[in-house]
Ligand binder design. Sequence first.
Ligand code: HPA
Length: 271
Amino acid sequence: MIDEKPILEKLKAKACFTSPDIAVVLGSGLGSLADCDGGQSVSYSEISGFPRPTVAGHGGKIVFAEFNGKTVMMFQGRFHYYEGYPMDVVTLFPRLAAALGAKLYLVTNAAGGINKEFNPGDLMVIRDHLNLMGTNPLIGKNRDELGPRFPDMTHAYNPEFSRLLLECGKALGVEMREGVYAALTGPSYETPAEIKMLRTMGADAIGMSTVPEVIVARHAGLKVCGVSCVTNLAAGVTDQPLSHAEVLETGEKVKYDFVKIISMFLERVSI
Ligand code: HPA
């Protein structure tokens, strides 16, 4: 079991902003928001005991920055279940965010488009999710001091903040989608038959992250909202084979719009 206490202490010793209002997790290819001017950066490697990401395209740092008077803590580089990390490592970010007093946990990720209306490069506000990882990060003895045994997931993705994300897209002239994000463990991409099944189940996009973090964030009472970047069409939607290079390439193409939308959201949001 990962011990958050020494990590929190080291983080507090290294960073001058230690009480974030908002935590943001930046998905594959979407890390550029953390490269903003005036932020204070702490590499994961500077914090002993902090796990290290193993996937190319993930930077591995925490950046604290101010957006219109609000302190935002950004995680660039997440820990995935498919990398072999246990669920307590996969969900370390919402645990740290909650312990530091953040009120909102904003998730972003790269996802495959299942909805036939979607195109690569689309940004989708996450309305809800399907946990198809075959596990749940809250399995085991409940940490009653952090949250309830059976947390409600009815409005897991806060409707008010989701609306604000859509409004920011509109204000910036970027049409955003809305939909359901399904998570499988990966690391293999899905088969066309699996994508057909997921579509029938109500999924609009598919990815390999986010859902465990959202469950832990909701357990801890954090409000949550999220954006998926549709980096590719899911398997079988076209004949095209899938590659991580395509995921990163699309992330690179949309990063300008993505950064503008998330920045405007962080400026405008009141928490
Ligand atoms: N499937 C699963 N995860 C993904 C995909 C995909 O097509 N694209 C980006 N992450």
